[in-house]
Design a protein around this ligand. Structure first.
Ligand code: HEM
Length: 507
């Protein structure tokens, strides 16, 4: 079915407005004299229209089966510290930077206007389909320039200034308790867990983030959720958004011009997720009204603080938390469980810390940091330039996507000795120890991104994971049987089954 003219026209307008918002941040800096031209940056050769895509075609291409991680390594080795990849099918040109001081130079200059393009279908849903109901409210994941700054300034105090531990630790700990009880029940169903472990962990991460985002327990942690249960629908939405967005936004797809099945599916999914969030936020608003009295600011939940700004802000932010806070947290928790399962002595050391009465759980923190160093959820960070840069002698003009391959860099021996090993101690030893994490420049390991546009859910994620790990490691001795776990990269990292975890009650 061809999208009608009005839709295509609307999309054109939408694209123009988006580009305008990117230009808005642009200051007209002259290109400094003496810089080598952008075209001369080393990189893959390009063909008309398909750009460098032929390098990735099996047999004739030079990349064949590698995943994104290997591709980055090959680019680095073949072309050096600055590598260009020309835009494919109307995408922006990309430059990969492998030197921390180059990343620092560009990312710091972009802090004035940190542009991070992506999620075009979600942007279309919000700015075109929901235009009537959302005018003036843009969200964080999709907005750029002033629109992003305006929204982030509104929501930052609600999410960052709150005493998260005080307000959320009791409920998040109860959720951690529930998932541990569930794993106790199913721990010997090895065949089921080999395939479904990720679904079980997703139930926990959805239950946790939904409590923060929507203000209620959803009731996901159970054997059976009926088809029409909101939790079941939200889980399906999360899965569909990741799969469909990857296939229609990253791989070639004409959704901007014709109504493809993928386009229709993702718009339906955004609508379902929006509607469920709206209902829960509405219920939260009614509960607050029924309470009939104000409570101290420090006891207010994120939802209550957001509702005080505007109900649409609360719904939109709730939506964003559901989109950004389920798979990221589930992946990181699974990553940490895996590293501890294959490093039993580290697991035992963590158990001892958990069972001790030391007030600060420093080893727990170190275990989490080290897991994130080895596998960032988002292996590369990205900023689109809005001005001219001269980096390593080359000119990078406005409108280029500058990629910082942080996960790849975080495994290089020159920054982290024994870089491929899981050694939480490197985050605790002092400067005199060669393992000391501080020997790596700060731009190397950025699992939560950079600067004022970095992850707004970081503290929430850390609290959820720490409470979960505390109960898991205290309750179970976890091991792994068989070959190492595999990771695929589809913009974000994901594990590939089988999940060969084995759970025994810990002594
Ligand atoms: C371990 C778990 C998580 C990781 C590793 C992670 C990582 C990231 C990264 C790398 C970014 C991009 C930052 C940048 O461009 O500089 C980001 C952005 C974001 N994250 Fe997270 N995240 C996690 C959990 C969460 C959670 C639990 C939430 C919500 C409660 C959340 C909400 C967001 C939002 C809304 C943004 C967009 C921020 C903006 O553009 O202003 N994330 N996250």
């Amino acid at each position: 079915m061809i999208r009608n003219k009005t839709l295509s026209k609307t999309y054109k307008l939408f694209t123009l407005r988006t580009q305008e918002s990117i230009r808005n941040g642009y200051r007209d800096y002259a290109t400094p004299q003496g810089a080598k031209p952008f075209e001369s940056i080393p990189g893959l050769s390009s063909l008309p229209i398909i750009g460098p895509l032929h390098h990735f075609i099996p047999v004739i291409g030079s990349f064949g089966k590698e995943d994104l991680f290997d591709v980055v390594g090959v680019l680095h080795k073949r072309f050096g510290p600055i590598v260009k990849m020309e835009g494919v099918l109307a995408r922006a040109n990309m430059v990969f930077l492998f030197e921390p001081e180059h990343i620092d130079q560009v990312y710091r200059a972009q802090e004035v206007n940190p542009l991070r393009p992506g999620f075009e279908t979600l942007e279309y849903f919000r700015e075109v389909i929901k235009k009537g109901s959302l005018d003036g409210i843009y969200g964080l994941m999709t907005a750029q320039g002033e629109k992003w700054r305006d929204f982030r300034t509104k929501v930052n105090p609600a999410l960052l200034k709150i005493k998260l531990v005080k307000v959320y630790a009791p409920a998040l700990d109860e959720i951690a308790h529930d998932i541990v009880e569930r794993i106790k029940k199913i721990k010997d169903e090895t065949t089921y867990l080999e395939t479904n472990f990720v679904n079980e962990i997703n139930k926990w991460s959805l239950e946790s983030v939904a409590f923060v985002a929507l203000g209620s327990r959803m009731g996901c942690i159970t054997d059976e959720l009926t088809e029409d249960h909101p939790a079941r629908k939200l889980m399906q939405c999360g899965k569909d958004i990741i799969e469909t967005a990857f296939s229609i936004e990253f791989l070639p797809n004409p959704w901007k011009y014709i109504s493809t099945p993928g386009y229709r599916k993702i718009m339906r999914t955004y609508e379902t997720q929006w509607e469920i969030s709206r209902q829960y936020i509405d219920a939260a608003r009614k509960r607050i009204e029924q309470r009939g009295h104000d409570i101290p600011e420090e006891d207010k939940s994120i939802v209550e603080k957001l509702l005080a700004i505007d109900e649409r802000v609360a719904i939109l932010m709730g939506n964003e938390m559901l989109m950004a806070g389920i798979d990221t947290v589930a992946f990181t928790a699974t990553n940490m469980l895996y590293q501890l399962a294959v490093n039993p002595e580290k697991q035992q050391k963590l158990r001892e810390e958990i069972r001790s009465d030391v007030p600060h759980k420093r080893y727990m923190r170190a275990c989490l940091k080290e897991a994130l160093r080895l596998w960032h959820v988002v292996p590369s960070n990205l900023r689109r330039t809005d001005r001219d840069h001269v980096v390593g002698g080359y000119h990078i003009p406005p409108g280029v996507d500058v990629v910082a391959p942080n996960e790849y860099l975080s495994k290089l021996e020159k920054y982290y000795p024994r870089g491929k090993e899981y050694i939480p101690e490197r985050w605790l030893v002092d400067k005199t120890d060669p393992l000391y994490y501080g020997n790596a420049p700060p731009m190397i390991t950025l699992p939560f991104g950079f600067g004022i546009r970095s992850c707004i859910g970081r503290r929430i994620a850390e609290i959820e994971i720490e409470l979960f790990m505390k109960r898991m490691i205290d309750t179970f001795e976890i091991s792994w049987e068989g070959p190492p776990i595999k990771v695929v990269n589809k913009l974000t990292n994901a594990f590939v089954p089988p999940y060969n975890f084995r759970f025994k009650m810990a002594k």
